[in-house]
Design a protein around this ligand. Structure first.
Ligand SMILES: *[C@@H]1O[C@H](CO)[C@@H](O)[C@H](O)[C@H]1NC(C)=O
Length: 199
């Protein structure tokens, strides 16, 4: 392994560990959905890395034996149902119409991606940042959405029926101007499904 790979791995490991020191800047940051800045390693080469792989070791704390990098991958329409995708770097990629039912996705970096009509029914989505992503028509029925953020994400037509989220996250979601519409699959009213108090 080259020194560069090593440094990248150390940087990501730190990001996943929860109290990251930014790779170049040296500022402290929390690795959860509300973090504003991450420093990511360079995008991995080759599309053979574009596969859904369940973590055999990480579970809730996102430990992986190596970098799980799905950046710039076209995963649209693919199924990861039941997989542990914890720690995945899933930005700038296409996950539209993907099957994420019952996945465990803890500490993932899922910004600026296409998650349109992705189905996260019964999933555990913990400390994930979907900031700036398109979540149009995504389904989060009965999902756990703890410390997961949708800042600047397009959540039109998404379904949050029976999703569990903390008050803070729910307040933020309710402030999202795109929280409207009706899910084309479940017919759920988006805003009502998120349990927002007022319109
Ligand atoms: C993503 O996948 C969907 C479904 O296959 C496709 O319609 C869309 O054009 C793709 N690309 C992007 C950049 O969203």
């Amino acid at each position: 392994m080259s020194l560069d790979n090593n440094s990248a791995r150390v940087a990501l490991g730190t990001f996943l560990a929860g109290a990251a020191v930014l790779f170049s800047g040296g500022e402290a940051a929390l690795a959860d959905g509300s973090t504003t800045k991450f420093s990511l390693p360079p995008v991995g080469q080759g599309k053979d890395r574009c596969l859904f792989k369940s973590s055999a070791m990480g579970q809730a704390n996102a430990a992986r034996d190596k970098l799980y990098d799905l950046r710039e991958c076209d995963m649209s329409g693919k199924s990861a149902a039941g997989f542990d995708l914890s720690g995945v770097i899933a930005s700038e990629a296409n996950f539209s119409k993907g099957d994420f039912k019952e996945v465990v996705m803890s500490k993932a970096y899922a910004r600026s991606s296409n998650w349109e009509e992705a189905d996260f029914t019964n999933a555990v989505v913990d400390r994930v940042s979907f900031d700036g992503s398109s979540m149009k028509g995504a389904i989060f029925q009965n999902a756990v959405l703890t410390s997961t953020s949708f800042t600047g994400a397009d959540v039109e037509n998404a379904d949050f029926t029976e999703a569990y989220m903390g008050d803070f996250d729910q307040k933020n979601l309710c402030k999202n101007p795109t929280l409207k519409g009706t899910n084309p699959v479940t017919n759920a009213d988006t805003r009502a499904s998120a349990g927002c108090r007022s319109l």
